[in-house]
Ligand binder design. Structure first.
Ligand SMILES: [Fe+2]
Length: 135
């Protein structure tokens, strides 16, 4: 059984897939069941550089930064994507990032944030609820 927006990873080839529509089957890759990724929140010594932070830019637009101390963005260690999900779960935005990019996602239109997730190539999936650190 899969649920919309869940992220699954292949333990063999590191494929990551996201569920668009719920289903009853088990996701399989490289002949193995895929692993459901459960995001870290504030439960690790790596919090500061991974937990998404919600801020406003100088124009009042929403920005999601990774994290309260900017995450490294070098070839060996970088944030691969950031997603934002709306409260009604009807809207989701995805931004891919690459080494040397800034670890941030600008949102230049109104968005009713529920939470954000990001994926670090070394430290995995992290999430934060938008209300947790709005100022
Ligand atoms: Fe990391």
């Amino acid at each position: 059984m899969t649920r919309r927006l869940e992220l699954y990873k292949c333990k063999v080839c590191n494929n990551i897939v996201q569920v668009l529509i719920d289903g009853v089957g088990e996701l399989v890759c490289c002949g193995e069941p895929m692993e459901l990724l459960q995001p870290h929140t504030n439960d690790s010594e790596f919090n500061e550089k991974h937990v998404p932070v919600f801020e406003k830019d100088e124009n009042g637009n929403d920005v999601v930064k990774i994290g309260s101390v900017p995450h490294p963005m070098v070839d060996e260690h970088f944030i691969q994507f950031i997603e934002i999900i709306s409260k009604d779960k009807k809207d989701m935005r995805l931004k891919y990032l690459f080494p040397a990019d800034e670890p941030r996602m600008a949102v230049n239109e109104p968005f009713d944030f529920d939470y954000s997730v990001e994926y670090c190539n070394i430290h995995g999936l992290w999430a934060n609820n938008s209300e947790r650190d709005e100022k």
